[in-house]
Design a protein around this ligand. Structure first.
Ligand code: MG
Length: 437
């Protein structure tokens, strides 16, 4: 019975996805005892074997144990992937600010150019030309350090007015293709071209044409990635730069991701990467082989999320929708809480959740706010706005606990609700914290 079901699922997935799922079957059989138990215990095997996609999703979704079993997770990921398959282009201008400067000032062409500020100031590198990158100069590095690496480099103060103009020009080209354009910063955007104004079904052709038009209109080059979702498209656009185009069709997603470093995954910064390395995980393929349970123990809610990504699953839509001004979570207690330790622990959990939200929306936040409602229903909020935006769980937690300790009557009055929110968003990749188009 179980094997029959498994066959149904794998055939269903391979047929629709054209993916090679031999490893899926292998792993599934390993976990078959668990799964058989699950099917039996939930008594819903008929519904599942009945065979529609909807029923399958409902079944797996509603089954906590199923999500802890690696085999099931693979099946689940395959279905989720199918469900959300789109045609997404991530377009990224090459060394944008530096390229604009070189274009506008011919004597800078072919020279190492660093946009940021004077090496004597405390400014950081906002962009470095490819000539400067050869010396190891990178965005977000201090200009002083950049100067040590390449004393002959030309250092310029950024001219954002100019960059914004060029950015608008590029954006207008995107708009001729589709309304579904989500800018990440002045020089980067996602486009959902599943349906588009050009009536062109090949996303690859669209990406080529966009690159051509950008070059014709601005004299600048862009690199593009084409994939079935935002995560894949973004990673793809970084593969070949400058002037690159990398296409990852759905059936190539797993092979494409397998050898890449886990640091390439959206939301995995240097700290998380080190933790994963310690677990023996250096590639996305390594991560895919871990059990969901192990990842959940290690990373909390971020664990299953990482696992989804390792399967190429990214359900975020390209959104032009309004950007919420703040995001956060609240916990209302069944009984009023006096013990500060409990509140600090809850804030810790909330910080984890908020950090995850920030990862999802690819933002950092400058303001952290703690809300407390006392047993008499009087609520207060305490905020702190920082010079440098944060997105790390630890920093958010530290700040939230500080606000709770210093700004509220914690320990003296009973509390019925505690909440943590962040606002003042800036794009996560932007060292200079620019606003959008
Ligand atoms: Mg760029």
């Amino acid at each position: 019975m179980f094997l029959l079901f498994l066959r149904f699922v794998t055939v269903f997935i391979s047929r629709n996805l054209g993916r090679s799922h031999t490893d899926l079957v292998d792993q599934s059989e390993e976990g078959s005892a668990n799964c058989r138990f699950l099917l039996k215990s939930t008594r819903r095997s008929d519904q599942v074997l009945g065979g529609d996609e909807e029923g399958l999703l409902q079944f797996i979704n509603g089954c906590e144990e199923a999500q802890n079993c690696a085999a099931w997770w693979n099946v689940f990921a395959g279905v989720k992937f199918l469900e959300t398959d789109r045609k997404i282009i991530h377009c990224d201008m090459d060394a944008f600010y530096a390229s604009v400067e070189q274009r506008d000032c011919p004597e800078l062409q072919g020279k190492p150019v660093v946009v940021g500020g004077s090496p004597q100031s405390r400014s950081v590198v906002a962009a470095a030309s490819y000539e400067a990158r050869k010396f190891g100069i990178r965005s977000a590095m201090s200009c002083a350090q950049a100067h040590r690496l390449c004393p002959t480099a030309v250092f310029l103060r950024p001219n954002f007015q100019r960059y914004k103009e060029v950015s608008r020009e590029v954006h207008r080209i995107f708009q001729t293709v589709t309304d579904l354009v989500e800018p990440l910063s002045l020089d980067e955007a996602y486009l959902d071209v599943t349906e588009n104004r050009w009536g062109e079904s090949s996303a690859t052709k669209i990406a080529k044409q966009i690159k051509r038009e950008i070059f014709m209109k601005t004299g600048l080059t862009a690199s593009a990635g084409v994939g079935p979702n935002k995560f894949i498209a973004k990673v793809a656009s970084e593969i070949r730069k400058p002037d690159g185009l990398t296409v990852v069709p759905p059936e190539r997603v797993l092979d494409f991701l397998t050898p890449l470093s886990v640091g390439k995954m959206w939301g995995v910064g240097p700290a998380t990467e080190r933790r994963l390395n310690k677990m023996g995980v250096s590639t996305i393929g390594d991560l895919r082989a871990l059990s969901p349970l192990r990842l959940r123990q290690e990373f909390g809610k971020f664990g299953p999320f990482l696992l989804d990504l390792s399967h190429g699953v990214d359900r975020r839509p390209v959104s032009i929708a309004y950007e919420p001004k703040s995001r956060g979570v609240e916990t209302t207690f069944e009984k009023d809480v006096h013990d500060p330790e409990i509140l600090f622990r809850i804030l810790g959990e909330q910080a984890q959740e908020v950090a995850l939200i920030l990862k999802r929306i690819e933002r950092r936040a400058r303001t952290v706010t703690v809300k407390v409602k006392y047993s008499d229903f009087i609520s207060i909020t305490r905020s702190k706005t920082l010079e440098h935006a944060v997105s790390e769980e630890e920093k958010i937690k530290e700040l939230a606990c500080f606000l709770l300790k210093s700004g509220t009557d914690v320990g003296q009055r009973a509390i019925r609700l505690v909440g943590l929110s962040v606002s003042g968003f800036v794009p996560s990749g932007s060292p200079l914290q620019l606003s959008f188009f």
